[in-house]
Design a protein around this ligand. Structure first.
Ligand code: ADP
Ligand code: MG
Length: 693
């Protein structure tokens, strides 16, 4: 059969059932997916080094003829060793491979070989140990020469395999429909899509890579712009309810919250309140580092909406957060007789001054009748049959923005087809204001920079394995003082990969061996929702001393009594993510600590971790992360909230501006996009995708 872009990868040459299963694990089902599976890094073997110039420590490529090749058995470890001598015009070098006896069968004396890897040395001079190699003139070159792509793998897949498969189908990229209008490609000096795909996988020179990256990044930024400008155009067709500022009540509410608002909080709250007083729908992003106090700012706005007899919703990404916010907000609003509802996929309830309602239908009724003014929930809020009486403010926490579809659902739920609620997104992802404006088009931005007074710096330390028992003793002392501890691990299950810590194993160890006398629990994404909530409840009320978890603990969780954040395998997380973890402690009056465990002794890893130890500014960290990741790495996991960005950087301000201008030109020319059918189709496709973290 002939292979096309939509052919299942199972049909490809050299893909059996088990390889197909592995490819599916990395999200590759059909040929097209494979073409869009970009490398994350390249080995630079563009320089072919003459053998005479080889020096220990180099990472390079040589090309030469095989003078000798033979298998030996090492007497000591009983290993099979393949030894070869390779020569070019300038000299001869020794190459050895361990336990790969088949090499001597596929390579014969006189073959021309391309070899690349680290140059080592022994008594006889420079040598290559277990380098990559290819026979030249035999479809070779993809593994040892030029800029060699490295892909994220899963266990069982190899770089060689992926390179082979992608190389085999690369020509099919000629069949892509390029949805980007040709005029833009020309005007902005971009590569056509097929060429960009070819060059991102197998660049010949560095400029190929730069050009390919530019085109593929442009695609992603262009589509973000397309969405956000479409939203901006659309929202001009709506009005929002006017919410009057209740000055006296707000003042006395703020007086009773138990702390003084920071100036940035006051300013942000004031900006929101002013937006709410207009009949133009608010579209605002509230940005503030972890722990900066965004929630109370939002609550002040919701309180005003309730006083106006309108409804406000707060939507959060996890069940745990929904409960935390609900409990918190009920406490704050109950004295003012404002009823608050919780709606998640598992549970619905209303707590009012005189009763608690738990039946889902009753809860939905109270919401649709407008008795309940403030509603907290997860995505279930827009997925289930919740009807509002007069929804006027929708807030989304810890997520970047409302997707087109989410907004549409909310608009549908908010009464007639001329009105939409005011929208506020809250995020801890540090994007500079100018950039936020460039990304989001007409969005307004409030930033909380100032931390609440009296916060102590969280003492952060990188701890090598030798420091473990000391750290455990320290933890015990803190717990004896009544404090609590988070332990974060990279994996849930005990892994077969060497040494990566898992929640289950750490939990067992801490519970049975290290602290048998303490109350320890675990929390991870595979547990039942009810179970997770129960455990969080117990942790909040200090019935649990140590909580061992995966990254589920990353966003928003607020337990001021916890003072130690211990992170296992910390080199496996991005700096921004580690900063988010660290933000779980240091929320109360007590001195807090963050311990970064690592058994990596790689310098890059340690440098990165030490940056975190020295710096507590989320924005500076995000930028440092980008720099330290090194020029070879194209993309990373830092850009949370932008799952559609595989290759583009949020910090590529120039390209973002270019995309923004091109999109706005298109919309000026033809708001409906019908002039460009393929683009229109792509845009419809995008709208259907809901972005959740
Ligand atoms: P985030 O911005 O990360 O969502 P939160 O809103 O959860 O942060 O606030 C973190 C903690 O700081 C909460 O316990 C909150 O009550 C407290 N807090 C917020 N603002 C102030 C303030 N101005 N002074 C003291 N504590 C504050
Ligand atoms: Mg928060």
């Amino acid at each position: 059969m002939s292979i096309t872009l939509s052919t299942s990868i199972k049909e490809l040459n050299k893909v059996g059932a088990s390889t197909a299963r592995l490819l599916r694990l990395i999200g590759v089902e059909v040929v097209e997916d494979l073409l869009f599976y970009y490398p994350f890094r390249y080995d630079d073997f563009t320089q072919v080094t003459p053998i005479i110039a080889l020096r220990p420590g180099m990472v390079t490529n040589v090309v030469g003829f095989v003078e000798l090749i033979q298998n030996k058995r090492s007497p000591v470890k009983r290993m099979n060793i393949t030894e070869a001598l390779i020569s070019d015009d300038t000299g001869m070098v020794k190459v050895i491979w361990f336990n790969q006896p088949f090499i001597s069968k596929s390579v014969s004396i006189g073959s021309k070989l391309s070899i690349s890897g680290n140059v080592d040395n022994d008594y006889s001079g420079p040598l290559f140990k277990s380098p990559s190699f290819e026979i030249v003139g035999n479809g070779g070159g993809t593994n040892t020469q030029g800029l060699v792509p490295n892909y994220h793998l899963t266990q069982g897949l190899t770089q060689k395999q992926l390179r082979f498969l992608i190389n085999q189908i690369l020509h099919l990229s000629d069949n892509f429909h390029d949805w980007l209008p040709w005029e833009i490609i020309e005007r902005s000096g971009l590569l056509p899509l097929p060429e960009a795909i070819k060059k991102i996988h197998f660049p010949k020179v560095k400029s190929d890579l730069t050009e390919a990256k530019k085109r593929l990044s442009f695609n992603e930024l262009f589509l973000i712009q397309l969405q956000s400008q479409a939203i901006a155009i659309e929202s001009k067709e709506y009005l929002a309810p006017i919410i009057k500022f209740k000055q006296e009540e707000t003042k006395s509410f703020v007086d009773k919250i138990g702390f003084t608002l920071t100036n940035d909080q006051k300013k942000a709250a004031w900006q929101i309140i002013q937006d709410l007083e207009s009949d133009k729908p608010m579209m605002r992003l509230l940005e503030g580092d972890v722990g900066s106090g965004k929630t109370i700012t939002a609550i002040i706005a919701m309180y005003n909406v309730a006083l106006n007899d309108h409804q406000a919703v707060l939507m959060v990404p996890t069940e745990i957060l929904a409960h935390q916010h609900f409990n918190n907000i009920v406490k704050m609003l109950a004295p003012y007789n404002i009823d608050v509802a919780l709606v998640t996929s598992k549970e619905s309830k209303v707590i009012s001054s005189n009763e608690e309602v738990n039946k889902k239908n009753d809860v939905l009724k109270l919401i649709s009748e407008g008795t309940v003014k403030v509603i907290i929930g997860t995505h279930a809020l827009i997925q289930t049959a919740v009807e509002f009486k007069n929804l006027s403010l929708a807030i989304i926490d810890e997520q970047h923005r409302f997707g087109v579809e989410q907004r549409k659902k909310l608009i549908e739920k908010s009464g007639d087809d001329k009105t939409m609620p005011h929208l506020l997104s809250m995020t801890a992802t540090p994007i500079p204001r100018s950039l936020a404006l460039a990304i989001y088009g007409d969005l307004d931005v409030s930033i909380i920079k100032e931390m609440p007074k009296g916060r102590k710096k969280i003492l952060t330390q990188v701890i090598p394995e030798e420091g473990r028992s000391f750290a455990y003793r320290f933890i015990k002392e803190e717990i004896d003082k009544g404090r609590q501890v988070f332990v974060v691990c990279p994996l849930i299950d005990i892994s077969d990969k060497l040494g990566v810590k898992s929640v289950k194993e750490e939990y067992r160890k801490l519970n049975e061996e290290v602290f048998p006398e303490l109350k320890i629990e675990m929390l991870h994404g595979k547990m039942k929702k009810e179970e997770k909530i129960e455990i969080m409840k117990d942790f909040v009320s200090n019935k649990i001393n140590i909580l061992v978890s995966t990254s589920v603990i990353e966003v928003g969780v607020d337990v001021p009594n916890s003072t130690i954040m211990l992170i296992e395998g910390s080199e496996r997380f991005g700096l921004s993510q580690l900063h988010q973890f660290r933000g779980r402690v240091g929320r109360g009056e007590h001195q807090s600590y963050c311990f970064l465990f690592t058994d990596s002794n790689q310098e890059v890893a340690l440098t990165r971790l030490n940056v975190l130890a020295d710096c507590d500014d989320g924005f500076a960290l995000a930028q440092a992360d980008l720099k330290l990741r090194g020029p070879g790495e194209v993309y990373g996991t830092m850009q949370k909230g932008f799952p559609e960005l595989k290759i583009a950087s949020l910090f590529d301000y120039d390209l973002m501006k270019l995309a923004k201008n091109e999109v706005s030109q298109l919309f000026t020319q033809d708001k409906s996009l019908s002039t460009w059918p393929e683009l229109k189709e792509k845009s419809e496709e995008m709208k259907k995708a809901v972005h959740l973290e």
